[in-house]
Design a protein around this ligand. Structure first.
Ligand code: CA
Length: 226
């Protein structure tokens, strides 16, 4: 199921939107300030963002820019400023789509559907990228081009999480929450040291491969590129 993040400071509007999204079968979460969005996206599974332009804390344009620094997640801008649209969709901001205010919630849900469909098509066609890794979840075994990568359970889970969404940046907090049952006993350094070991073990099999990338101040992502 897809998770939609609704960033909207008008609570009535947000309530209406989230009600329609729920009815359409989407999980959703609502934030009413711009300055809480980046942290939320880094630490939760979000598949698409509906982002209002005028927000307290940080405006939608700045939020969009900051998210684009680490993620290609689809962003649909909600705006009453028709004159801003070209700029929003331009390379500078990197929004994927927009809906003009006032809008009908039905129209917004239709845009959400269309954008998610496009993304799922793109990830289908990008499957090649990770296909040389094979993870067998019941046996906690990972191979690269058929060769076994000798991983501990935690390292396996770490690889499994990162590989589940190539290109997506996982913050340390998100990693801790997903991997450990009791994240209080784990520190950022623990994650960093597991990542280090995981990289070393992958390098033993494929020295030329650079797939686990550090994103400064944000976390880690899996990507099959240099
Ligand atoms: Ca607003």
């Amino acid at each position: 199921m897809s998770n939609i993040l609704v960033v909207e400071d008008e609570h009535k509007l947000a309530e209406l939107l989230t009600a329609y999204l729920t009815q359409a079968g989407y999980d959703n979460h609502h934030l009413d300030r711009g300055d809480t969005v980046v942290e939320y996206v880094q630490n939760h599974n979000v598949d698409l963002i509906l982002l209002d332009l005028m927000l307290p804390g940080l405006d939608g344009i700045e939020v969009c820019k900051q998210i684009r620094a680490f993620s290609n997640i689809p962003i649909i801008m909600l705006t009453a400023k028709v004159e801003e649209i070209d700029r929003l969709l331009g390379l500078e901001m990197g929004a994927d789509d927009y809906v003009c205010k006032p809008y009908s919630p039905r129209e917004v849900v239709a845009r959400v559907k269309a954008n998610l469909r496009r993304i799922s098509f793109e990830s289908e066609t990008n499957k090649e990228e990770t296909s040389e890794f094979e993870l067998s979840v019941d046996r906690l075994r990972a191979t690269y081009k058929g060769e076994l990568i000798d991983l501990t359970t935690v390292e396996f889970q770490l690889l499994q999480l990162l590989i589940s969404e190539p290109g997506k940046v996982f913050g340390r907090e998100a990693i801790m929450n997903r991997i450990y049952n009791d994240s209080r006993v784990v520190s950022d350094r623990t994650i960093d040291s597991h990542i280090k070991k995981l990289r070393k073990k992958i390098a033993l099999i494929a020295p030329e491969l650079n797939v686990i990338h550090s994103v400064y101040g944000a976390g880690y992502r899996f990507e099959n590129s240099d």
